[in-house]
Design a protein around this ligand. Structure first.
Ligand SMILES: [Fe+2]
Length: 229
């Protein structure tokens, strides 16, 4: 498989996973069927007075960046389909498809990230199957978190993720390079953490990614995360 085919496969896997993760709302109820060809709308994440430990400026900037992914996803979808309808198959449309994988994935991972953040994050439920799965895999919850934090502080631009292989239930810490690369194909995201520099440098400095991860820890809304498992 060449690199481009592989990237396309990974993007398809991410898209399929997104459908699984998004077909329920936060309370677990099925979402109404959308028009498959409608534009994506930026979701209205409202953090009220802000999130503890993160500045309002950082949060506002991040939400603006998220809206950019939504806008560019919609534009690229139109451009790609228009080119395909015209029978175009050359390098230009091939690059548009590659860019669509980046922008769509950037949109969707931000949604998974924002929807699981809040000041009332709470703690993981000890008798929830996710807790058992983590302990079965890493030995202790703290050992998993240490491994997750180590994932989140890897050099590079991307996302730390806790994912589940839906075919076996196996949990894995994964690194999403950029937004769409190196994702275990078909893996179901349980928890994602943005570690692009825009997510933390304003508040914690270029060397402060570990402090940012520590600040995010109490903001994780486990009731949202556990519903994804
Ligand atoms: Fe981001």
């Amino acid at each position: 498989m060449d690199r481009r085919t592989l990237l396309g496969t990974l993007a398809a896997g991410a898209a399929a996973t997104a459908l699984k993760a998004d077909d329920k709302d936060k309370k677990g109820a099925p979402m109404p069927m959308a028009n498959a060809n409608a534009d994506y709308a930026a979701r209205p994440f409202d953090f009220g007075a802000g999130l503890n430990g993160l500045s309002k400026d950082l949060l506002a900037e991040h939400l603006t960046l998220y809206k950019g992914y939504v806008t560019r996803t919609n534009a690229l979808l139109k451009d790609v389909v228009a080119a395909e309808k015209e029978g175009k198959a050359g390098a230009m449309v091939q690059e548009l498809r590659r860019r669509l994988g980046f922008e769509f994935s950037g949109m969707r991972v931000h949604e998974w990230y924002f929807e699981a953040l809040g000041n009332n994050g709470g703690k993981p439920t000890e008798n929830h199957p996710l807790h058992k799965g983590i302990v079965d895999t890493w030995g202790t919850w703290d050992a998993w978190w240490a491994a997750f934090k180590a994932t989140a502080t890897m050099p590079g631009i991307g996302w730390a993720a806790l994912v589940k292989d839906p075919m076996t239930g196996r949990l894995m810490n994964a690194w999403f390079q950029d937004h769409e690369n190196a994702i275990p194909v078909g893996a179901q995201p349980i928890l994602v953490l943005d570690v692009w520099e825009h997510a933390y440098v304003k508040d914690f400095g270029a060397t402060g990614r570990g402090k940012y991860v520590d600040a995010i820890k109490p903001l994780i809304n486990w009731s949202v995360v556990e519903k994804r498992y």
